[in-house]
Ligand binder design. Structure first.
Ligand SMILES: Nc1nc2c(c(=O)[nH]1)N[C@@H](CN(C=O)c1ccc(C(=O)N[C@@H](CCC(=O)O)C(=O)O)cc1)CN2
Length: 283
């Protein structure tokens, strides 16, 4: 058996196309959604992702701004930039690209963003709303994974979803989103003994470990949907994920590739959240 490849690039384009219509509608009301991304430091991968966010938002006709600061910026200076963006009426979405340099308290920075402009969904208020299944902002990567499953026709209700990884950005909100869609959710992580005993029970396996090729065909229940959140670049510039694709594809029923799986959806859902923020602020 060879798995169906879930084409994240194509699905992201479909999401983006729908957002484009909503942006046009807003523009007809005299509102242009505005996204400001704050990038601290020179991390090459972060620059790539921020470039992609800027290009996509411009393509949609949004106002797109990138504020780039050296890694020597103080926490206080960064907080002041965010306060200005919180007060700017033409800025509907604020995103601080992660990771931040070690001397800056990430939680303090994320908590300083106005929750109504928090298009990353990382503010504690939005985290709490997700927990309560209330309307807030959903973090882009897990939001994108739900879209991938829906577009690929993979049902969630009643399924056993196993999450490998418990980060605040992906693992934790992912489990909550799947729970809100009536899946049975198991969280596993680096200190879970006998990981395979859990992963082989998954109908939907979400892998966000940050460990290249950690999950192989042996970890997968035949026919399962496997979603690979990892991105690793080798010395030749080749990208791969947390799942050993070649061995996994012969066991899984459906699988996301890297590149071209979850990554493009993260960008698409940021566009969705920014548009949603502008719509809410226009009400
Ligand atoms: N503030 C945030 N910081 C970070 C987030 C986030 O959601 N908010 N997520 C990741 C990085 N990320 C978005 O910022 C991101 C990662 C990957 C991709 C992507 O499109 N990947 C492509 C490959 C791109 C390449 O050539 O490297 C793919 O998988 O096909 C987009 C966004 C950490 N930081």
């Amino acid at each position: 058996m060879t798995a169906t490849i879930i084409d994240g690039k194509a699905i992201a384009e479909q999401v983006i196309e729908k957002v484009k219509h909503r942006v046009t509608k807003l523009q007809q009301q005299g509102i242009t959604p505005g996204l400001t991304v704050v990038l601290v430091g020179e991390d090459a991968a972060s620059q790539t992702y921020v470039g992609s966010k800027e290009r996509t938002s411009k393509r949609l006709g949004m106002n797109s701004t990138v504020i780039q600061k050296p890694s020597s910026i103080s926490e206080q200076e960064l907080l002041e930039i965010i306060q200005e963006l919180n007060a700017a009426p033409d800025v509907h979405g604020i995103l601080v690209q992660l990771p931040l340099p070690k001397h800056i308290d990430e939680n303090k920075v994320l908590q300083s963003i106005d929750p109504q402009k928090d298009v990353d969904g990382f503010h504690p208020l939005n985290v709490g709303k997700l927990l309560l299944d209330q309307q807030g902002f959903i973090p882009c990567t897990p939001f994108g994974i739900i879209q991938l499953l829906d577009y690929a026709g993979i049902s969630i209700e009643g399924k056993h979803a196993v999450i490998v990884g418990r980060s605040n950005i992906v693992g934790k909100p992912m489990g909550q989103l799947l729970l809100n869609r009536h899946a049975t959710v198991t969280y596993t992580h680096s200190r879970t003994p006998n990981l395979k005993d859990f992963t082989t029970q998954a109908d939907i396996l979400i892998v966000a470990t940050g460990q290249p090729s950690m999950i192989t065909g042996e970890h997968i229940k035949p026919g399962a949907a496997v979603i690979d959140v990892g991105i690793h670049r080798d010395s030749d510039g080749r990208l791969s994920g947390d799942v050993a694709f070649d061995s996994a594809k012969d066991v899984a029923g459906a699988i996301t590739p890297v590149p071209g799986g979850v990554g493009p959806m993260t960008i698409a859902m940021l566009m969705e959240n920014t548009c949603l923020s502008a719509e809410r602020q226009a009400e």
